[in-house]
Ligand binder design. Structure first.
Ligand SMILES: NC(=O)c1ccc[n+]([C@@H]2O[C@H](COP(=O)([O-])OP(=O)(O)OC[C@H]3O[C@@H](n4cnc5c(N)ncnc54)[C@H](OP(=O)(O)O)[C@@H]3O)[C@@H](O)[C@H]2O)c1
Length: 246
């Protein structure tokens, strides 16, 4: 039985990933949220047959203390082979950069970038104890493009992507493999279903890619889904090689 820790598993993209992982078969999922109610809603949304393989962990995966507590709890329950970090938000606007309140700058980078470092710092040593383990960060294509009036989102996403690449470069071939799945475009989730456009990537499609990365051949450091020409240019057939060109 493969064990997968999903930090942020009760969010819009996270719930689709949790369901797809459980659907994949011989998998136990440990999902975290800061909210017990959101985890309970996630469990209730699953088919009854899948629920016994979902463990709920209430905690703050994006703080240094919270991530350490969550990882200690996962280790006490038998550890994990895969950790997935879904720490952030869907599309959001912070307004023009020069109008930003410095407190918002600090708060957003803390919530969206430092959170990824905090979780990686706790989860990677746990995964290192297992062969063929994987640390998978889920990021956004804003990392590639300055989005006017939402540039803070781009800055956080670019920082998250460089964090992944730097961790992969520092750790080389050591377990776990380090990978980021960059979703290049908005995602149709339960929350965005009312206003999502037909061209948006479905959360189920993102979830299928996650299952492929988690249980397939060793992925490169960066995998991009969505986008237009970029997808064809960057996504490598069969995920061969450690990192595809950006
Ligand atoms: N939605 C999109 O259009 C889109 C597009 C491209 C990429 N993405 C990527 O997908 C990720 C998830 O998007 P989503 O639409 O599923 O967002 P969401 O519904 O807002 O869910 C975000 C999840 O992240 C967790 N989280 C956020 N900040 C955290 C922090 N500082 N510490 C701990 N947990 C934190 C939340 O956990 P709690 O349950 O504790 O609140 C929640 O489960 C984004 O971060 C982004 O990188 C999304």
């Amino acid at each position: 039985m493969r064990r997968v820790l999903v930090a942020g598993g009760a969010g819009g993209v996270g719930e689709a990933i949790v369901r797809a992982l459980l659907d994949a078969g011989d998998v136990e999922v440990l999902a975290t949220s800061r909210s017990a109610a959101r985890l309970n809603a996630l469990a209730a949304s699953l088919e009854p047959g899948l629920r016994p393989r979902l463990s709920r962990i209430v905690g703050e995966a994006g703080s240094f203390e919270g991530a350490a507590r969550i990882v200690a709890e996962v280790e006490a329950r038998g550890g994990a082979d895969v950790a997935i970090a879904l720490l952030g938000r869907g599309f959001w606007s912070s307004g023009p950069l020069l109008s930003l309140d410095p407190r918002e700058w600090n708060a957003v980078l803390d919530e969206m970038l430092t959170a990824h470092f905090a979780f990686a710092r706790a989860a990677i040593p746990m995964l290192a104890a297992r062969r063929d383990s994987l640390y998978l960060s889920i990021g956004g294509g804003a990392a590639f493009t300055p989005v006017p009036d939402a540039a803070l989102m781009s800055i956080a996403a670019a920082g998250q992507l460089m964090l992944t690449r730097a961790l992969a470069a520092e750790r080389g071939e050591a377990s776990p493999r380090i990978c980021e799945l960059v979703i290049d475009g908005p995602v149709r989730t339960r929350d965005s279903a009312d206003f999502a456009e037909a061209s948006w990537i479905g959360a189920d499609e993102v979830a299928r890619s996650v299952v492929e990365i988690a249980f397939g051949a060793a992925p490169p450091t960066v995998v991009v889904i969505g986008g237009r020409d970029r997808a064809a240019r960057v996504r490598p057939p069969g995920y061969s090689g450690r990192e595809n060109a950006l």
